[in-house]
Design a protein around this ligand. Structure first.
Ligand code: F0G
Length: 462
């Protein structure tokens, strides 16, 4: 008999988590104004709010913390990390930052000017935020298949080259400083970009003299999908694949809280000294001196180990196998999710799940609340609340996909926890026809409202 799959690590330290009762959760979520961001972590049993900074470090990463060099300038931890980035991504220059959005802030301070057009594949919210904050526009050029949750396209993170070329030809060249390619594409469900697509984006952009920047939060998961799904990469190692991926980029931003497997940190890296020098000036102002830029020496050491761990051995098999383990159970029960299953999360298609709830009543948020009440599981709405209001009409913007994201922290939960999540969703699915109303807003902030919005249940009069 073939041996079953099992993780290639064992657990050396545990953190107790609290199993609450439904009555407690009713009280807590009411007090939290039906906003899961307002819950205290002790009120959550299984926390799938994000995979960002919530993973478990290895014994080697913890050991590396102890040898961190906290010198203000020229620490050995900085040079360790510089070396690792050169080895893995091939970039000569790098600047550390306190997290991914800080790298965006610094790099975009150089590259994005008022009136610029920045195409990409469903830019992540902070990326879009840093573009729009500079009065520039982010244009989504993702392939259409990404917006059909039932399409089994293997690379739903891909950029549609016709859409990209159209952007390149319909605006003055000086207006487009870069294209941002997000690996994997978080907004469309942790969906990968193919090597072929990266190569073609690079060729097209070179022709127009436009820089290619990779938003790299989940670069290793993307490389794993290339190894699995692009025939000619079957026998290549993840490190070889990553090296080729980055040969197509001029620069990268990184949230180390994902595929760096650390709890905080980020960086940007680039090929040319010129861009490095321009970005350095902003890094010193916003983050810190170039050799620490928002990170402690010990954290740079742990990140350096994390970047090697994620691209070596069986880590990625364990990781993506667990996401698939959860997703496959849902598929077996006909629960509608974004397919194929992505790298870091399972995205439940809330519109298809709760057919009776109106879009004006925040369908994915309603489902997120149901899941919390059912089992103490916290997911996150990726739908109308997140999409905010149109800045001019002040009307809700209804995105094509209304999703509940279940993001799985790295090396943190077991498959038993995944079983609880799956069964909790199944129980809700079985009684979905009884869920006929959603939520309404009591108060909201003018931007980024999802973090602080206050909601209440809509009561149906019998
Ligand atoms: N880019 C992508 C694709 C991301 O998913 C994130 C963060 C960032 C940039 C920003 O990085 O948080 O370190 O400042 N995503 C988190 C999430 C918050 O839950 O998906 P950061």
């Amino acid at each position: 008999m073939e041996l079953p799959f099992a993780e290639s690590y064992r657990i050396k330290m545990v953190e107790p988590i609290y199993k609450s009762s439904r009555a407690q959760r009713e009280e807590w979520i009411n007090a939290a104004n039906y906003n899961l961001f307002n819950l205290r972590s002790e009120q959550v049993y299984i926390d799938l709010l994000t995979d960002s900074g919530t993973g478990a470090m290895s014994d080697n990463q913890w050991a590396a913390l102890m040898t961190g060099d906290e010198s203000y300038a020229g620490s050995s931890s900085y040079y360790n990390l510089k070396n690792t980035i050169k080895t893995i991504f091939g970039f000569e220059y790098f600047l550390p930052t306190h997290q991914g959005r800080a790298a965006e802030n610094v790099l975009f301070s150089v590259l994005v000017k008022e009136g610029n057009i920045i195409p990409g594949n469903s830019h992540f919210d902070t990326t879009k935020g840093h573009i729009e904050f500079r009065n520039a526009s982010a244009i989504d050029c993702t392939i259409n298949e990404a917006f059909d949750t039932e399409s089994e396209h293997p690379f739903k993170g891909n950029i549609d080259l016709d859409k990209l070329e159209k952007v390149y030809t319909s605006h003055a060249k000086e207006k487009i400083s870069m294209v941002v390619v997000t690996l994997t594409c978080n907004a469309s469900g942790g969906q990968p970009v193919s090597m072929k697509n990266m190569r073609e984006i690079s060729e097209l952009s070179k022709k127009f003299g436009i820089k290619v920047v990779f938003d790299s939060a989940r670069f290793a998961e993307n490389a794993w999908f290339i190894q699995q799904r692009e025939e000619e990469y079957r026998d290549k190692t993840i490190k070889q694949i990553v090296a080729e991926m980055y040969s197509y980029a001029d620069a990268m931003t990184m949230s180390s809280k994902k595929d760096g497997i650390v709890n905080i940190g980020g960086f940007m890296a680039m090929r040319t000294e010129e861009l490095y020098k321009q970005a350095s000036a902003f890094n010193i102002m916003f983050e810190g001196f170039n050799t620490y830029g928002g990170m402690a020496g010990r954290d740079m050491n742990a990140l350096s180990v994390g970047l090697h761990e994620i691209t070596d051995g069986h880590y990625l098999d364990n990781r993506i196998e667990q996401v698939k383990y959860l997703g496959d159970q849902l598929i077996n029960w006909d629960i509608p999710i974004q397919r194929p299953i992505g790298g870091h999360a399972v995205f439940v298609d809330a519109t298809k799940f709760l057919k009776q709830v109106k879009k004006e009543e925040y369908i994915a948020q309603t489902l997120a609340i149901e899941l919390y009440l059912e089992a103490g599981v916290r997911g996150v709405e990726v739908g109308t609340l997140l999409a905010d209001r149109d800045p001019i009409t002040k009307e809700n913007r209804y995105p094509v996909l209304e999703m509940l994201r279940l993001a799985i922290p790295r090396r943190t939960y077991t498959n038993n926890h995944m079983n609880v999540v799956a069964v909790a969703l199944k129980n809700i699915f079985d009684r979905k026809d009884k869920i006929i109303s959603g939520l309404k807003i009591k108060s909201e902030a003018p931007i980024m409202r999802h973090f602080s919005v206050e909601l209440e249940r809509i009561k149906i009069k019998k």
